[in-house]
Design a protein around this ligand. Structure first.
Ligand code: ADP
Length: 626
């Protein structure tokens, strides 16, 4: 981060912020208009009472005409109330849009995750980048969020400057009358020039000092982010329900404390940030505030001298002092917003490093012919694959053909390549060598979403959401209740459904609903299977979804599943051979290669084969079935 901030140019600062503004505008169309109107009114509204109260004081100190005073008081009250009302309404609008923006901002990242190649979703680097973005946001709102506050400050500052100039011009143009004696020197152009220059310098130096102080935040970004990460991982460990037992059993609080105090060098009383605040960062801030105070003093002296010498009434003193100090604070706001924009640039670069991850997978356009006869044929032709960044092949020269309606079992020891085979079939990754064909056409040529639509997969590490049981099954809040019940019954969840307090509307887990129902691992698996059945895709794949069950229960589920799969093509993955012996065809994977193919009987008959060896090794677990 430090290196990046050294090279930041203004051109890059504006380019990347304009791009981000365009993106935010697309996701949240009313956002920028709400910020602009609120900035305009909130910047200009102090000037009306400032101007009018000066008129009232001048009238009180001068002619004291009651009708003029009444008029001025009424206009001041009415105008101020109206402005306050409009500003209040605009503030509500802006706050509502900002809240919406918070939600939409996350959608930008979620859309990116959904649209990027799965290979990139699976990469550690992608998650690291996203975690950096999150840390930067949570730390002090750097990134997309900061753009909004900078934009708002910049506009408020600019509108404030215009308003202040309008109220200050007469301070310079109204001359001290001759009766002012030696004070007429204040009319001299050189004097005015010196005063204006001092004003500009003092106005500019304050924010420059404060921006210098802010740079220290950027310099410590790397360390603070790491500190935040430590906090994220270890800070709430004791409160994490899923870790509570381990935490007590293995005294993990010692490790947590070590990371929170010793490894975390950013925060804490002796941390980097505290040292910076007590040292240079604090000094720059103090200098900035000191210069601003000196500026106000200078303005008071100049304005009071001119009023003393008779250039304007005493009431105008409040107007000029108010206007000039607001001019200075508005200019400060503009300069600080600019400084913040520049400081924010490296953080936005990180956002775009993530959002610009390219999609390299070929995107085809063919439809997968929604065939009513579900006649699909799949072929792996000499397929080899290794995971991005891995040196070893996870699949090597795999050749297999299978037809719709068949039951295919993929068996093999852990790490033999079974899940990888399914991931390639579902086109989560493309193979480096060979081809996968659907009805004779390379699957890369099909429209990606369309192709995905023909598969229902129950992954090993499936996840259910904390929402109603029915929505979990259907993957949507609106669904066909009868079909959902049927899917749950087919998956063996029928009896449990009867005991759920609100049937399909029962919320799973307690993250959102205090009366949500906690389901066991086995029950969750049945719900995941029901979800796959509800999708009613021509291919249904079970990737060891029964890992939480014992071998006998697993075999029962597989056999029942065989019945309910109907005319779908079912693919079963298991390292337990007994579960799959009923399949039409069994393929055996070993070290990424498909080494055997045939029916259970054929494979068992090959006494030298891997299947025979695995079967015998596992026989003791499933004596009941063999
Ligand atoms: P199985 O499903 O048979 O247990 P996998 O298909 O999950 O086996 O794994 C096959 C090989 O690929 C293993 O050596 C595993 O370590 C490797 N592998 C699996 N997933 C990844 C990944 N995301 N990145 C790198 N290597 C992986």
């Amino acid at each position: 981060m430090e290196k990046k901030s050294e090279k930041i140019t203004w051109a890059e600062t504006f380019r990347i912020h304009l791009r981000a503004a365009g993106d935010l505008g697309k996701y949240c169309p009313g956002l920028f208009p709400s910020v602009i109107f609120h900035a305009l009114f909130s910047a200009l509204s102090p000037y009306l009472p400032l101007y009018l109260s000066a008129r009232i004081i001048n009238e009180l100190a001068g002619l004291r005409r009651p009708e003029v005073l009444w008029h001025l008081v009424l206009v001041t009250l009415g105008g101020t109330a109206l402005l306050a009302l409009i500003t209040g309404v605009l503030l509500r609008w802006k706050e509502a849009m900002t809240a919406l923006f918070e939600d939409r901002k996350d959608r930008i990242y979620m859309d990116k995750f959904l649209s990027m190649d799965f290979a990139d979703v699976d990469r550690v680097e992608t998650h690291d980048l996203f975690s950096q973005i999150r840390q930067n946001e949570q730390w002090t709102g750097w990134g997309l969020e900061r753009l909004l506050s900078c934009f708002s400050d910049f506009l408020r500052g600019m509108f404030g400057i215009f308003g202040a100039i309008a109220l200050t011009v007469s301070l310079f143009t109204l001359p001290v009358p001759d009766a002012g004696g030696r004070f007429t020197v204040l009319n001299h152009p050189a004097f005015l020039l010196i005063f204006a220059a001092a004003l500009v310098i003092a106005t500019g130096l304050g924010p420059i000092c404060r921006n210098k102080a802010s740079e220290y935040w950027v310099r410590s970004a790397e360390e603070s982010r790491f500190g935040n990460r430590i906090f994220g991982v270890f800070g709430f460990l004791a409160a994490d329900q899923s870790r509570a037992m381990d935490f007590r059993m293995y005294d993990q609080h010692d490790i947590a404390r070590y990371y929170m105090t010793t490894m975390n060098r950013a925060f804490g009383v002796k941390g980097t940030l505290a040292k910076m605040a007590a040292g240079p960062m604090g000094l720059w801030f103090a200098l900035g505030s000191c210069l601003s105070a000196a500026l106000i003093g200078m303005v008071y002296v100049f304005v009071c001298l001119k009023a003393w010498a008779g250039a304007f009434g005493v009431g105008s003193v409040t107007q000029y002092v108010g206007a000039v100090t607001t001019l200075s604070s508005s200019a400060a706001l503009v300069l600080e917003a600019m400084g913040n924009l520049k400081n924010n640039t490296p953080f936005l670069q990180t956002c775009y490093e993530f959002l610009d991850i390219p999609n390299t997978m070929y995107q085809g356009s063919l439809t997968t012919e929604k065939r009513s006869d579900r006649q699909y044929q799949v072929e792996f032709r000499d397929v080899s694959f290794r995971y991005p960044g891995a040196s070893d092949w996870s699949l090597r020269h795999v050749n297999i053909q299978f037809k719709v309606g068949s039951r295919l079992a993929v068996v093999g020891e852990n790490g033999s390549g079974k899940t990888t085979f399914i991931k390639l079939l579902c086109r989560l990754y493309d193979p480096q060598e060979g081809q996968i064909l659907l009805n004779g056409i390379d699957i890369r040529k099909y429209d990606y979403r369309d192709y995905m639509g023909i598969f229902s997969v129950v992954f090993q590490d499936f996840q259910l959401l904390s929402q109603s049981l029915g929505s979990n099954v259907a993957g949507s809040s609106e669904y066909d209740r009868e079909r959902a019940v049927k899917a749950l019954e087919d998956a063996g969840f029928g009896e449990r459904l009867g005991s759920m307090p609100h049937g399909l509307d029962t919320c799973l887990y307690r993250q959102l609903e205090p009366d949500g129902v906690e389901v066991s691992g086995g029950e969750a698996q049945k719900i995941a299977i029901a979800r796959a059945l509800y999708k009613d895709a021509p291919f249904i794949i079970l990737d060891e979804p029964t890992a939480a069950l014992d071998p006998i229960a697993e075999a029962e589920i597989y056999e029942k599943f065989n019945e309910i799969s109907g005319d779908r093509t079912a693919i079963y993955i298991s390292h337990r051979l007994s579960s799959c012996k009923f399949c039409d065809e069994i393929v055996v994977f070993h070290n990424g290669q498909m080494i055997q193919q045939g029916t259970h009987e054929q494979l068992l008959g090959d006494a030298c084969g891997k299947y025979h060896e695995l079967w015998n090794a596992q026989a003791k677990y499933y004596a009941r079935q063999s």
